[in-house]
Design a protein around this ligand. Structure first.
Ligand SMILES: NC(=O)c1ccc[n+]([C@@H]2O[C@H](COP(=O)([O-])OP(=O)(O)OC[C@H]3O[C@@H](n4cnc5c(N)ncnc54)[C@H](OP(=O)(O)O)[C@@H]3O)[C@@H](O)[C@H]2O)c1
Length: 309
């Protein structure tokens, strides 16, 4: 099969021919229709994950997947061949990723059926970013009418979090540079915009002088963002901010996205119902996927999708 691979790290990913994986007991073989680029994929290529996870070369990169079940490993219940599924590759090692024509995944974690109304192209960009957005919002526990600052609102996680937070009745303050970025974010939901490149603190406190109730730290300086919380405020960080890094009466939630089937189902159903839009702004073919890594690093808005078949 064709796949986006690394022969070593750090290295630029390339599209090569590798053996099609076979499902082990408890696994599904999925024929991948769509995937997307996540920061994790670029981190793997840059060598940042070395020492944290086993790397099996040639290493097929990719976390998100959507497609159809091609074959069932021994002992798999609850899925059928031909069924549309989506999710996130959650193996404890790196090597059999989803930027490929086929991927094997555990049937027990990180996969759910694609509901009617969720396009497979969107499903391929939803899993990891959606779980990170939902888990971050659940962690800060927004009440109706509370104010949340979303730092990194222009990214894949942020663009989903903006919509989910607004749907929960929160007042959303979202970071975006003026122009295309600002237009993109205001197209997602009713938000107050702040430009993170000039005196962010001043702009936020002009909107909410007492400080915000919650922050989603998806980009930028977490300590500085925590300083914009009111006493008793909460911050969720996908970037590893820890409680010892902040001072005062604040709660820090360090998020490790958990794309379990229940979370994937919630996300899929919200998109299918029209309540949530998957913010894909550009799509690459599998053969051009290495270019998508460059585009991600250069700051493409929302999600970069990859069509795999
Ligand atoms: N812990 C987990 O489980 C988990 C899961 C998913 C993602 N993540 C991480 O969460 C982060 C967000 O993910 P993502 O997929 O949304 O990444 P992304 O698509 O790269 O989004 C980041 C966004 O933040 C903007 N940005 C850059 N510097 C900023 C600043 N100082 N203040 C405000 N915005 C700024 C970028 O826009 P510009 O074009 O303006 O630079 C970009 O649009 C990434 O670091 C990712 O690795 C972690």
């Amino acid at each position: 099969m064709r796949a986006v691979t690394l022969d070593s790290v750090p290295a630029a990913p390339a599209v090569t021919d590798v053996d099609t994986p076979q499902p082990e007991a408890g696994e599904l073989l999925v024929k991948v229709a769509a995937s997307s680029i996540n920061g994790f994929d670029t981190a793997v290529a840059a060598g940042y994950v070395q020492g944290m996870m086993e790397h099996r070369f040639p290493l097929v990169v990719g976390k998100d997947f959507a497609g159809t079940v091609e074959a069932l490993g021994e002992g798999v219940d609850g899925f059928t061949v031909g069924q549309p599924v989506f999710g996130v590759v959650m193996k404890p090692f790196l090597g059999t990723g989803s930027l490929a024509q086929y991927v094997t995944v555990s049937a027990g974690y990180g996969v759910a059926p694609i509901p009617d109304g969720l396009a497979v192209q969107d499903a391929g960009s939803l899993g990891l970013a959606g779980a990170a957005a939902l888990d971050s919002l659940d962690a800060v526990g927004l009440a109706d009418g509370e104010t949340v600052l979303i730092s990194g609102a222009t990214g894949g996680v942020g663009a989903l979090a903006v919509q989910l937070a607004a749907a929960r009745g929160a007042r959303v303050i979202a970071t975006a540079r003026p122009g295309e970025e600002a237009d993109f974010v205001t197209g997602l939901a009713d938000v107050d915009l702040v430009d993170y490149t000039v005196e962010l603190d001043k702009q936020v406190l002009a909107l909410v002088p007492e400080g915000v109730d919650a922050v989603l730290h998806l980009a930028g300086d977490g300590r500085r963002l925590a300083g914009l919380l009111r006493p008793g405020g909460r911050i969720a960080s996908t970037l590893g901010l820890t409680p010892d890094a902040v001072e005062g009466d604040l709660t820090v939630h360090s998020i490790m996205a958990d794309p379990n089937a229940a979370t994937l189902t919630v996300l899929g159903d919200q998109v299918a119902s029209g309540a949530l839009r998957v913010p894909v702004t550009v799509t690459y073919s599998l053969e051009k996927a290495p270019d998508a890594f460059g585009a991600f690093g250069a700051g493409t808005l929302g999600k970069i999708a990859v069509t795999c078949s």
